[in-house]
Ligand binder design. Structure first.
Ligand code: AMP
Length: 319
């Protein structure tokens, strides 16, 4: 499969790389590392990375400005379904490739490489580079490591022997300043720490081990934080005794919706999120809903999945 991807890259002169809306470090890293590797390998090709990002990801190499192009090879990284791609589809595409580590949702590219056992889309880009003539560099290695470190939450999740080996080999060959990467990823302003305190004080945990907190636009304004930072807080509440699934619900006035970020350390949650037009991984999902009534229904379903999980655990222990 890596060879087939490489052959398509080699064949086309104009390549655009995109990823999902709501950019996060792994989606950006996979997109930018692939762009920079193709540019390094084929200096005469036009290779662009498109999409919206946010100022907090300024430590990454720059994205490219949109321009009118035709006959492009489109490469989509880190995105399982067409509706979530940060791309307008007005550009004339002659070929397409998907490289993703989410559970399969739908086919929308000519060639699709999906490995949902991979820790991150960045891990797949590293494997693509390692297994083809595509070139790597210190800068690209740093971008890739940033994506892997972020999606595994510093190797707390999906820390397979494979990804640890890949990173170990990467460090042997390239100069990656791990301290700098971690400071890029984890440095945060004091008001975000205060928001974390607000969540800790206000999270409601049900008897089934489901925790949630609703963050209104007023609270965001009082603490001077944006809705994106609030959603990311969901990653800071793992390993709390008696809490198996937790969700942060953030009011997003600008887009007139509620963002729900969900994490689990037991029940599978993406199937629940999918019922509400959301999705994601088994243990890390999200949804965007337009009313609080829908949010409450989703929360009820998540609570129910915790209840079933606990009941099944009791049965297992009895066996
Ligand atoms: P997040 O909480 O934003 O880090 O998202 C966790 C996972 O859920 C990622 O794999 C996202 O791609 C996925 N996800 C988040 N929001 C949605 C959504 N509205 N629809 C489908 N998948 C989502």
């Amino acid at each position: 499969m890596y060879n087939e991807i490489y052959e398509k890259i080699k064949k086309h002169d104009t390549i655009v790389i995109v990823r999902h809306i709501g950019a996060d470090p792994d989606s950006l890293a996979s997109q930018l590392a692939l762009r920079d590797s193709i540019r390094l390998t084929f200096p005469n090709k036009k290779v662009l990375a498109w999409g919206n990002s946010s100022a907090r990801f300024d430590y990454f190499p720059r994205l490219d400005k949109f321009e009118e192009l035709s006959d492009i090879l489109l490469i989509v990284t880190d995105t399982p379904d067409k509706k979530r791609i940060d791309f307008s589809w007005t550009t004339n595409i002659i070929d397409s490739i998907k490289i993703d580590h989410h559970p399969y949702i739908e086919t929308f590219c000519e060639l699709e490489y999906i490995d949902d056992t991979a820790s991150s889309a960045s891990e797949l880009i590293l494997e693509l580079i390692n297994n083809t003539p595509l070139l790597n560099s210190d800068e690209i290695a740093k971008t890739i490591f940033t994506g892997i470190a972020s999606d595994t939450n510093r190797f707390m999740f999906n820390a397979s022997s494979k990804v640890l080996r890949l990173v170990s080999n990467l460090f042997d060959e390239y100069n990656v300043d791990v301290t700098e990467v971690y400071s890029n990823l984890y440095m945060r302003p004091l008001n975000e720490v205060r928001l974390q305190g607000y969540i800790a004080q206000n999270i409601v945990v049900s008897e089934n081990g489901f925790g949630y907190v609703k963050i209104s636009n007023d609270t965001l304004n009082k603490l001077s934080v944006d809705s994106g930072s609030a959603g990311n807080m969901v990653n800071n509440f793992n390993y709390i005794e008696g809490m198996y699934v937790w969700a942060v619900i953030t009011e997003d006035i600008k887009n007139n919706l509620f963002k729900v970020n969900i994490r689990s350390r037991g029940p599978v949650i993406n199937i629940v999120a999918e019922k509400y037009n959301g999705g994601g991984h088994k243990m890390a999902s999200g949804a965007r809903l337009s009313t609080m009534e829908e949010v409450d229904l989703l929360l009820k379903d998540l609570d129910e999945s915790c209840k079933i999980y606990l009941e099944e655990r009791v049965i297992d222990n009895e066996d």
